[in-house]
Design a binder for this molecule. Sequence first.
Ligand code: SF4
Length: 740
Amino acid sequence: MASRVTFRTCPLCEATCGLRIEVENGRVTRIRGDADDPFSKGFICPKGSTLGALHDDPDRLRRPLVRRDGDHVEVSWEDAFAEVERRLTTLVATDGPEAVAVYIGNPNAHNFANTLAIRPLVKALRTRNVYSASTVDQMPKHVACGLLYGHPFSIPVPDIDRTAFLLLLGANPLESNGSLATAPDWPGRLEAIRRRGGRVVVVDPRRTRTAERADLHVPIRPGTDAALLAGIARTLFAEGLAAPGTLAADVIGIDLVERAVAGFTPHRVALFTGVPADTVASLARELAAAPTAVVYGRIGTHTTAYGTLAAWLVDVLNVMTGNLDRPGGAMFPHAAHERPRRVPRPFRTGRWHSRVRGLPESLGELPVATLADEMETPGPGQVRALLTIAGNPALTTPDAGRLDGLLAGLELMVCVDPYLNATTRHADVILPPPSVLQKSHYDLAFTALSVRNVSDFSPAVFEREPGSPSEFEILVRLAAIAAGLGADADPAALVAATLAAEIAKAVDDPTSPIHGRDGAEIERALGDRPVEERLLDLMLRTGHRGDGFGVRPDGISLAMLEHHPHGIDLGPLEPRLPDVLTTESGKVELAPPSLIADLTRLEHALDTTAAGGMVLVGRRQLRTANSWTQNVAVLVRGKDSCAAQLHPDDAGRLGLVDGATARVSSAAGFVDVPVVLTDAIMPGVVCIPYGWGHGLPGTRQAVAAGHAGVNVNLLTDASVVDPLSGNAVLNGIPVTVVPA
Ligand code: SF4
């Protein structure tokens, strides 16, 4: 078989690096960064070169599994879908649709086909018990942006390629490669800020790799970032440094924000956060004085009891320093597939609430921190079945030990997943999707979060196993079963109906370039690609940069992208105010009542004395992607990387030495974990990476089992959430640490 070279966007994290993949005799022989990719320019991290290993992994499931007498056995696809139909139909008939919950994992954000298929599937299931990884780490940003700008996906990103001053909080892009800010090569981009005379400041309880490369590292007590941000805002107002400039015309509520932050004096903030008062003030002055500046907060700021406040205050600072929507500040990406937004509609959360704890819905989801409550508490609507799609909640959601026990007792569990892992070991049916190299790729989610406008389509590298459906087809067939059409419903007819409905919507949409056109003509123009690609093509061609099916011959289409295997650079971000706004007022609504009210909760907390004792924070690692890459030997070999970091002063006090095993306990549970001593972490804080805890009985991931590590979510507390977004609280968990 001939050797070939193919190019592809890496789907493993948000950085979207271009890869150059060498294939010989049907196997990947080498992967390097694609030097001709206009965005990533050859950058690659250790994970990117392992797509071949993920594809070849002997533990990756190729055929469906069904539980028979306690064991998972291979069955045909037809038998697997028939099993789902038989059991799901019976359960829904007895207990109603709300008895079925859905958990949508993080990899779905990297999979355009799933993005397109999941909503119809959820609709067909007729359940409001919808949960996802979003309420583990990012819902606060969606809620804050929904309230400020009118849409939860109108998220401004730091224009790091042009800024003169970058203030990062709770973000470690040198390990994570960035999140809610898509940028390949963060190390190079941060270095470039300093090379052009700018400054980088990192606020974090740990001196992370990112902090080590910054001009200044500001340690902060975990969970208190919102107070620091409010203190900086207060200083801007108090010292006459608040200067929104021309933004003022597009913003309402500045006076309300000024009043709301008035109590956050640097002195009070210092006592709460551990950040000295003069540092609080000097950060405000630096932000105000820089020619361009941007504040960017990520997971460490979101996974706290004040997550939405922190997400909001980041944007408040960008507005109050005149840095929202200008080059070098925080800017709104403009993804190629976006159409002009529809009529303004107020963004709301809490349209319904969870049954047991009364927690509010956000973006159509309930907080995953309450999924265990919904399974455990009897009564109408009790969750008795779970569908997971590319998710591993038994490792990645709070109080995972409790959830794991409840998964074992469900009446039905169906998982769309390539592995028999900590979660899917409880499944009755596992439907494995094709490998990452057997599907085409387009970043619908991350082109909308990118620090530069780009567009890049990657065809599949390999064919699927004979007879195996695409992941889109799997989800469509599940939707057909949920809708009562049966496991035997013709998938081709189902997807054709989906496509026809989307074309009809585009033809009816007055903002679409094909408004009023003949739907049949559009369908013919989409050709005979797999239907998920036709849906994607429809989105791209009717997007603001699309060819409009002939209206703009130079515009984007899938066919055009296929002629650009390295991707297309669409230029730097451009100002988008006020067009991007879909608030009722048509302005940036800087002082949403719910946030102003929640600030009072934070202000009351300022005067509470810290309880003392140790607190837990999580840790992101360059060589892992949440829990889903630990079965790749090259990524887990070497020194045990699932260790707890501890300050030497704490270790001495607690009777621990480097390499000893500590028992870390919380209200939720305990783990025994090796300790690494480092002065890079604040005294009083213990840090354990997440995504570990493999090798449980019934799993089939040999490499991961050999490097099991401990599950940090056995310690995190599901009873506490950020009240505005329902997001889990993963940082600042009170723990005790003793020798094991
Ligand atoms: S940084 Fe992310 S996108 Fe780039 S190669 Fe690594 S995992 Fe892939």
